[in-house]
Design a protein around this ligand. Structure first.
Ligand SMILES: *Cc1c(COP(=O)(O)O)cnc(C)c1O
Length: 443
């Protein structure tokens, strides 16, 4: 299929794989209340309650969660030395923060918020159905022998470029399920090795992410003992991620950040298929409404959300359809075709999407580590382009004007959502750092 993108100021740069900011013409005032949306804001609260209910079990399964009493949370870090390195020291950049999901316990990436949630919710449901857990009863029985014996007869499967597989595999094995992870060709070897050590069966495909997911789905359909975590359609994943919004809201309040029409909040979320950034963005819109300006960020060769949403087409448009190749070092975002579900939900809510070049990911990785010891993988750094795009670029100025934000940027807060990194092996991380250092030295 070959698709012609509509006339748009960003089109030429997108097609030439140059960094660009696209503004979503579908963004609506109070879009969160759009009756056409297939989900409701109340589902974010439900997810928050479910996470609370799961906490004692999570703490039992993962001793590293003891201090946080079973909650999987990350820090909000103000970028100080880092903002200087990035060139964001001027007053019109407002305050700049990093939401450090790269350090999330259990899975070492933002996928801890989605994959762990879906696996544990699935286990809870199964245990209730079999009478092992009574509704409202002691959730920690799921770590007991009877539950483990039940789970051992069932398989959880997923397709992944790496991190979702890690998260689902770790969660499934912690409860005693069998786990099968279908990995795309982009998946880094260390992620495969780590899963194999946990007893997860890893199936490697010489193909892209969409194909890996398809294989996992077909296998699961043929066997009722397999539960498939469907990254292209799962509302469970989406709402697991969405609970991050209330965590961030509390952290912003604690940092003295005001969010309203005069004090806009900009959030930059790395996007693969769209589930993680979509869920977080949805949760933030549910809390802050129009004062939250949510942007996705994608590699220049893999802007699947950008091209599909820009196309305005009903049928999903992939990056291949517009002549891009989906090649990137940012394995967490190496996705050619976004989730149709997320595209529908984001249509009235997303402010826009910008793209970044791979070399910049390594520059930012080096800056984050050397200034504030924030350890990231390449995908996780993409949001650092956000403040520059919004505050200084022509399309950013157009957005400010369209949303009545001109002159208010000094009061703004920017949150760069960093999405993975804690589990990167030291040797691999040193290679990333060296590449970044060489690029910065050559500038
Ligand atoms: C998965 C992932 C993303 C993107 O999440 P999607 O749900 O695929 O959009 C971004 N960064 C990292 C590090 C990831 O692992």
């Amino acid at each position: 299929m070959s698709v012609e993108l509509p006339n748009d100021p960003a089109r030429e740069d997108v097609l030439a794989a140059r960094p660009a900011l696209w503004l979503n013409p579908g963004l609506k005032d109070n879009g969160i209340a759009d009756p056409a949306l297939p989900v409701r804001a109340a589902q974010v609260d439900e997810a928050e309650h479910n996470w609370q209910a799961l906490a004692p079990l999570l703490q039992r399964c993962f001793p590293e969660l003891a201090a946080a009493r079973g909650r999987i949370q990350s820090q909000l870090i103000e970028a100080k030395a880092l903002r200087e390195a990035l060139g964001y020291q001027d007053a019109d950049y407002g305050r700049v923060f990093v939401k450090a999901d790269g350090d999330l316990p259990v899975a070492g990436s933002i996928k801890a918020r989605g994959g762990v949630y879906e696996v544990f919710m699935h286990a809870r449901k199964m245990a209730e159905k079999r009478g092992i857990l009574t509704p409202g009863g002691d959730i920690t029985v799921l770590a007991g022998e009877q539950a483990r014996a039940l789970f051992a007869q069932h398989t959880i499967a997923v397709g992944s470029t790496g991190n979702l597989g890690l998260s689902v595999g770790i969660a499934a094995r912690a409860l005693g399920f069998r786990a099968v992870v279908h990995m795309s060709a982009d998946a880094k070897q260390w992620k495969v090795d780590r899963l194999t050590r946990l007893g997860v069966e890893v199936v490697r495909h010489q193909a892209d992410y969409t194909t890996a997911v398809e294989h996992a789905r077909v296998d699961a359909e043929a066997d009722p003992s397999i539960y498939f975590v469907d990254d292209e359609r799962s509302q469970m994943l989406f709402f697991g991620y969405s609970a991050a919004a209330s965590e961030l809201a509390a952290q912003l309040a604690a940092a003295g950040v005001q969010v309203d029409a005069e004090h806009p909040l900009f959030i930059y979320l790395p996007c693969g298929i769209g589930g993680a950034p979509g869920g977080v963005a949805y949760g933030l819109k549910a809390i802050f409404g129009d004062a939250a300006h949510t942007f996705f960020v994608e590699p220049v060769q893999s802007p699947c959300a950008l091209v599909h949403m820009m196309s305005g087409a009903e049928e999903l448009v992939s990056v291949y359809d517009v002549g891009l190749n989906n090649r990137t070092e940012a394995d967490g975002m190496a996705v050619a075709r976004m989730s149709a579900f997320v595209a529908e939900v984001m249509k009235p809510l997303l402010a826009g999407v910008f793209t970044v070049a791979d070399d910049d990911l390594f520059r930012w990785l080096w800056m984050a580590e050397t200034t504030q010891a924030i350890r990231l993988e390449p995908s996780a750094t993409a949001g650092f382009a956000g403040p520059q795009f919004i505050v200084r670029s022509p399309r950013g100025l157009a957005y400010q004007q369209a949303r009545g934000l001109s002159g208010k940027l000094a009061n703004a807060t920017h949150v760069v959502w960093t999405t993975g990194g804690a589990f990167v092996p030291e040797e691999q991380f040193q290679q990333f750092l060296q590449r970044g250092a060489a690029l910065v030295a050559g500038d």
